[in-house]
Each structure stands twice: as C-alpha cells, then as structure tokens.
Write a protein that binds this ligand. Structure first.
Ligand SMILES: NC(=O)c1ccc[n+]([C@@H]2O[C@H](COP(=O)([O-])OP(=O)(O)OC[C@H]3O[C@@H](n4cnc5c(N)ncnc54)[C@H](OP(=O)(O)O)[C@@H]3O)[C@@H](O)[C@H]2O)c1
Length: 381
C-alpha cells in the first residue's frame, strides 16, 4: 500500500532523527550543506570515496550515516525500487547510481572508489560481476556475508578458521544450506578478484535495530513493553546472539579506514549472553509490569512449533552452535556493542513511526493469540 505524503514526511523526519541526521527539510539541512572535510575536522582520518552496492534497506542507511559523519563520501547503487527517496533530504550528498546487478552495471563503469561495500550480494554471479568490474577501480571490496556460512552449526565456538560448505548437499531443498553456500562462494569470488589483502568479508549474525523490517528484532521490545504474561521459550541459560545494525555498520566503516583484508564474524553481544540476560536486558528499557513464564521443555515447544523467537533458537541438531559463534577476532579489530536496552529503545522509536499496516508485517515470532494458547496449554499439561 503506498504511503501518503504526511506519513512519509513524518517517517522521514523520525528516521532522520534516530539515524542522527537533520530533519528532512532542505532549509534545515545543517549537515547536508556542510562539506565532508568540515565534519571530519580535528581528525587525521583520510576521507574515503565509498561505493555501496545496495544502501537503501537495513545496513545501507546506517553505513551512509556513519561514513558521512566520519568525513567520507558515498555513492550507492540500486535499482531505485527499495524506498525511493526515503532519505533523499537527509542524504543530499549521497550520489545515487541506478542499475541492476542482474544485467546492468553501466553506471559503475569508468569510475573509481577507495572502497566498495557489497551489501546486496544475493547471488554468486552478482558478486563475480561487480568484483571483476571493480578490481582495478577500487582498493578494497567489503563483502557482507553471514554467519549462515557455518550452517549446519554443529559445534560451539565456530570461528573464522572453520571452513564453510561450498556445495549444497540438499540441492536447494534446504534454504539454510543454499543461502550459506551462496554466501561462502560469493566470499571466495570477492577474495579471488581483489586478493586476500584487499578483500574484507564480514559475517553478521541476526541484524537488529532501527530499520529491521523482518521484525525479528522488534518482537522482544514490543512484547516486553506491552507487559503482562510473557512466554519465554528455552532454558534461562541458553545462549543468544544478535547484532545492532549500528554496531555492525560502524565496524565495517572502521575496517575500511584501517585498510587491508580479512574475514570477521560479526555478531553480539561481546561476551556470551544467556536468554535470561537478554530478556532482562530488554526489560531494563521499560517500566511495564511483566510476569515471566519460562517454557524449557523442548518436546512441548516442538509440539507447539515454538522452536525460535530470535535471538533464541532451539540449541539442538543443525542449530546447536548457531548462537555460540566466536566474535573474538572482530572484537580485537574494534567491533563494539551497544547495550541491549539501548538497542531495544531505539528499535521501538523507529517501529512506532511505521504505518500501522507495516507494524508486525511480516508476522513476528508469536502473535498475542498464539502466546495465550501456548501458555494455557503449558499450565494445563
Ligand atoms: N538481515 C539479517 O539479519 C542479515 C544477517 C546476516 C547477513 N545479512 C546480509 O546483510 C546484507 C545487507 O542486508 P540489507 O538488508 O542491508 O540489504 P539487502 O536487503 O540484502 O539489499 C537491499 C539493497 O540492495 C538493492 N538491490 C536489490 N536488488 C538489486 C539489484 N538486482 N540490483 C541492484 N541493487 C539491488 C536494494 O535496492 P533496490 O531494491 O532499489 O534495487 C537495496 O538497496 C545482505 O547481503 C544480507 O544477506 C543480513
């Protein structure tokens, strides 16, 4: 459903605010008019020319905001379909190149950048085409991969030395395998074109925070803010991982500034965090009255098809180690972590700006009805 101008403007204003940008009013565009050099005043940082393949969905706007803040210049490359114009006032300085990774890279030809962020790598062939085209036109190529390359997650502590699968034994029938293999092969394509010393691979876990339209990251803040009888699946000690999109994108820009290549798992928090610490951390952001109902019986949870409520995912079988990925290397390379309560609050500040029909769409982990039915069955068992 198209959004009306009033909703668009208020969403843009709110988005700009939590992105740390001025309101989308060209007359009020304090930062929009300021030269990049002025914003990086007082630092020795060399301004970079950054090209983002993508840039208008989840990671892109945060990458743009932080890159501009640090005095870099940014071009983005998209088809112009995802949220056209949403940030056009806030991001006046961003060059928007139009094309299609499927069959039209004309806008990228004959140009030079210091660094490329491949944020829309959905096919190995797309990454091959852009990495080959840009290998002599840019110094560094950062490919946004995924911890999904480790699927199936058969052990705890998976790190960058564990080799990802490069063939899909399910032949496309298992989406997790297909996605992980596509990402792993795309990483290799980027490394082959740019060389190990100029290719950076960042492997995020679940990305949450403002702009997360999957609503994986909005479930717990909205649920806990609402209060009442809250069902929490799993054992209190089950470990969970997710990364605030701002922690992730700021880390990526700092990697580009540092230069060189490397592969980094990038999820959070920085130290092992249990589901109990996570939900209590979210609760710390709200004054709602909550009664917790922990359901740790895996058989019951499976019967009621409650095997995940991201970041919790039932720690068994192919997902045994999915929430216990090592982030040691990224921490040492400057990945930092916002507090859980901060992510929760900022996520809801953004969520509340969405038109009603976009809230809870796609559906969240649990609808209120389903939660009540599960709780009733749990009490009656
Ligand atoms: N969300 C997560 O939890 C998660 C976890 C791990 C890894 N990741 C990875 O993180 C990366 C970044 O995710 P994201 O959500 O920010 O971006 P994304 O949704 O993967 O990419 C969206 C961007 O790509 C552009 N795009 C899509 N198709 C295109 C095409 N054919 N040609 C040119 N541009 C195209 C879109 O604009 P137009 O539609 O206008 O073209 C939009 O700007 C992805 O590679 C994803 O796999 C995500």
């Amino acid at each position: 459903m198209p959004i009306d101008r009033r909703t668009f403007l208020s969403a843009s204003a709110a988005s700009a605010a939590w992105l740390g940008l001025p309101a989308p009013d060209p007359m009020a565009g304090a930062m929009a008019g300021a030269p990049a050099a002025a914003r990086s005043q007082g630092t020795e940082r060399k301004p970079l020319r950054i090209l983002i393949l993508g840039g208008t969905n989840l990671t892109g706007p945060h990458n743009v905001r932080y890159a501009l803040e640090r005095g870099h210049s940014v071009s983005i490359f998209t088809r112009g379909k995802t949220q056209p114009g949403l940030f056009q006032d806030a991001f006046q300085e961003v060059e928007h190149l139009i094309g299609d990774r499927e069959d039209n890279l004309e806008a990228l030809k004959g140009r030079e950048w210091d660094a490329v962020i491949d944020a829309s790598g959905r096919k190995e062939s797309w990454t091959r085409a852009t990495a080959e085209l840009l290998k002599d036109a840019a110094k560094t190529y950062l490919y946004i991969s995924s911890t999904g390359v480790y699927y199936p997650y058969l052990k705890a502590g998976l790190d960058e030395s564990d080799p990802p699968a490069l063939e899909d034994p399910s032949k496309g029938k298992n989406g997790s395998y297909a996605y992980g293999v596509m990402k792993a092969r795309s990483e290799n394509v980027a490394r082959e074109a740019f060389g190990e010393d100029r290719a950076i691979v960042v492997r995020p876990g679940y990305i949450v925070g403002p702009l997360d339209r999957t609503h994986r990251g909005t479930y717990w803040p909205t649920r806990i803010r609402r209060g009442g009888d809250v069902v929490v699946p799993g054992a209190k000690a089950d470990l969970v991982q997710q990364i605030d999109v701002r922690d992730l994108t700021e880390f990526m820009i700092r990697l580009l500034e540092r230069g060189g290549g490397g592969t980094y798992n990038a999820t959070g928090p920085g130290t092992p965090t249990s589901m109990a610490e996570f939900v209590y951390g979210v609760k710390g952001a709200f004054s709602s009255d909550v009664t917790w109902h922990w359901i740790d019986d895996q058989e019951f949870l499976s019967e009621h098809r409650l095997t995940f409520a991201i970041p919790w995912i039932m720690p068994e079988g192919d997902h045994l180690g999915s929430q216990r990925i090592s982030v040691q290397k990224a921490r040492e390379a400057s990945l930092t972590f916002r507090p859980i309560a901060k992510t929760a609050l900022d996520t809801l500040e953004w969520y509340d700006t969405l038109p009603m029909e976009k809230q809870n769409s796609p559906p969240m982990a649990l609808s209120p009805d389903r939660e009540t039915k599960i709780l009733t069955a749990w009490k009656a068992r």
